[in-house]
Design a binder for this molecule. Structure first.
Ligand SMILES: C[S@@+](CC[C@H](N)C(=O)[O-])C[C@H]1O[C@@H](n2cnc3c(N)ncnc32)[C@H](O)[C@@H]1O
Length: 249
């Protein structure tokens, strides 16, 4: 796989090799979202879809730094339909090489997420869903991952505002994320809605009855999303503008 060296691994062990960057734009948000987990002992993370390990390495370097912290990584290392132009023949080797400096904290599960998730027991404090992007697969990933999430775990769903396949919502994560959020309303707090969506799993159900109509209602323009959180009995409404067009990275 042709590539270029982009950063140090933070441990003085040379450089990491990536050919794609689908992650760096999330760093400011992740830094804030995950500040409570940073350096904590025995934090367990789950990542569905790791590719070359860019998000994994960032987590290992910046969040999973406490004693006993681990990350379980699931990937087929075969790419997805949007990767059909990429040479992925050495994808797994590239991932392994990038995480080598932290190998004792990384568990790699090679295969389809829908097959692997039921074999895991968790509980995880942080779950990042970034595998297949079809709505059907994303919905299955989120529901199976939810079962593995600890109370108060943070779940991050990538590519909520993915611009690919604009006329085929069944090929986009958004349909799955909205469906999940509607069905599980009352069981989570919305932490962030933007290009990604982040939620915190609630320890207790808090009735969303009054706010149900507002849950992720999309405006007529299709660009404004309204989400609500009913965490701890407090209802908070978030309104965000989704950029009309976003470069596919
Ligand atoms: C967008 S990439 C992940 C990018 C990575 N999180 C990052 O930030 O660099 C999606 C990954 O999901 C994997 N994938 C796609 N469908 C999958 C499935 N059903 N099960 C497991 N992995 C899958 C692909 O092989 C690919 O490596």
């Amino acid at each position: 796989m042709a590539g270029h060296d982009l950063s140090s691994d933070g441990n003085g062990n040379g450089t990491l090799k990536f050919t794609q960057d689908w992650f760096s734009h999330n760093i400011p948000t992740w830094t804030k979202l995950l500040s409570s987990l940073r350096g904590k002992r025995s934090v367990h993370a789950l990542e569905i879809g790791v590719f070359e390990g860019r998000s994994t390495c960032w987590l290992l370097e910046n969040v999973l730094t406490g004693d006993g912290a681990t990350v379980d990584c699931i990937d087929t290392f075969a790419g997805a339909m949007e990767h059909d132009k990429l040479d992925l023949s050495s994808l797994q080797a590239c991932f392994e090489s990038n995480v080598a400096a932290w190998r004792d904290r990384v568990n790699v599960h090679v295969g389809m997420s829908a097959a692997i998730l039921p074999t895991l027991s968790g509980p995880y404090d942080l779950l990042y869903i970034d595998g297949s992007h079809t709505a059907r697969d994303v919905l299955v990933d989120i529901v199976l991952a939810w079962r593995l999430a600890a109370d108060d775990a943070i779940l991050i769903f990538d590519d909520y505002a993915w611009p690919m396949y604009p006329d085929q919502p069944w090929f986009q994560p958004k349909l799955a994320v909205d469906s999940f959020l509607a069905c599980f309303a009352g069981w989570y707090e919305v932490l962030h809605v933007g290009y990604q969506v982040a939620i915190r799993k609630s320890a207790q159900f808090s009735s969303p009855a009054n706010a149900a109509k507002k849950t992720l209602a999309t405006s007529a323009s299709g660009r404004e999303v309204c989400a609500f959180s009913s965490f701890g009995g407090q209802e908070i409404t978030y309104k965000i503008e989704i950029p009309q067009k976003r470069e596919f990275r």
